[in-house]
Design a protein around this ligand. Structure first.
Ligand code: HEC
Length: 300
């Protein structure tokens, strides 16, 4: 169980980027224009259809790639979308692709779930996008041990101990850096902890680990958005315009969601940080982790 938690957290940190091919500037101009035209029917223009096709080929996985497929309901690209999910289900591209497949062609998704080559990736993606229709068919993103498995240690007892900062840094890299800065994976999901030692005393650092929902940091409240397609996204809202909401999900998956597609949203009472992470370490590791956090102080 613990091993699995660690593996999952590690796996969340891997997102190889996509490489884009060369593209004719004329095609880019055509695409930008048709995206801006409100009621443009792509099928009415062969030239535009061809330009969009070349653009999609060259910019596979980009934000505009997904925008175009959604806007013009280009169902021929569903197999390609499934391919993107297969390569990297827990990435921004993978989740954007899965969101589109849910909207455009659920039958292909159901078929994919029967395909042994595709099913594991689809289930991973469905662990990030929750959809009531696919409840049992998901792989959880972060598997947290059951709450009572290890009793919460006494903070007063822990405060009497001193830990090894070097060991603490290692524990942090394994369990915390997937969501927090400082981090080598550069995922900015939870609050930046680079100066946390100046903000919270050790007792509160322990509480933050044992029971994240006890005090959710301002501006880091989780939201659950339910889409008209039935899909549910959980994450932080990083920005919002009249037309769209940008959401960042666990693992750093970023998604712009059109407001027109959103059926409702609720702010979560629970923290987006999983509870019980202390169960993934020994007591000396926990003490070391808090020693390391306490050592990260404001400079000057
Ligand atoms: C899945 C992502 C995730 C993981 C893994 C995670 N955190 Fe968090 N953490 C968050 C989020 C989101 C918040 C902000 C919400 C809150 O305060 O509960 C947060 C808040 C905190 C805070 C409070 C910060 C403040 O400024 O008040 C501390 C301290 C913290 N985390 C420490 C840790 C430590 C230590 C670990 C590793 C054992 C860890 N976190 C693992 C997501 C995560």
């Amino acid at each position: 169980m613990m091993q699995r938690l660690v593996e999952l957290l590690a796996w969340l940190g891997l997102f190889p980027g996509l490489v884009f091919g060369a593209l004719d500037p004329v095609d880019t101009t055509i695409v930008e224009t048709v995206l801006r035209m409100e009621n443009f029917d792509l099928r009415s223009s062969e030239k535009a259809t061809a330009a969009v096709g070349r653009y999609l080929d060259a910019k596979k996985g980009s934000e505009d790639y997904f925008k175009l497929i959604e806007r013009f309901v280009i169902k021929d690209r569903v197999p390609e979308l499934l391919g993107i999910i297969q390569v990297n289900p827990a990435s921004t591209e993978g989740i954007a692709a899965l969101n589109l497949v849910l909207q455009l062609d659920e039958a292909s998704l159901e078929k994919g779930l029967q395909d042994p080559a595709l099913a594991p990736a689809l289930k991973k993606g469905l662990g990030i996008i929750k959809h009531p229709g696919y409840g049992p068919a998901v792989t959880p993103v972060v598997e947290v041990p059951p709450a009572q498995a290890v009793p919460v240690p006494e903070i007063a007892h822990l405060l009497k101990k001193t830990g090894d900062v070097g060991l603490g840094r290692k524990v942090y890299a394994k369990l915390c850096a997937v969501c927090h800065l400082p981090s080598t994976v550069k995922i900015d999901f939870g609050p930046n902890l680079s100066e946390i030692g100046s903000k919270l005393p050790k007792a509160e650092l322990y509480t933050a680990i044992f029971d994240p929902s006890a005090g959710v940091s301002f501006g880091f409240e989780g939201w659950q958005l339910t889409m008209k397609s039935g899909a549910q996204f959980t994450g932080l809202i990083t920005s919002e315009t009249d037309a769209a909401v940008s959401l960042v999900m666990i693992g750093g998956v970023k998604l712009p969601l059109k407001k027109a597609d959103i059926a409702g949203r609720v702010m979560m009472k629970q923290s987006l940080m999983p509870p019980g992470l202390h169960q993934a370490m020994r007591e000396d590791e926990l003490v070391a982790l808090v020693e390391y956090l306490a050592s990260m102080k404001k400079k000057g």
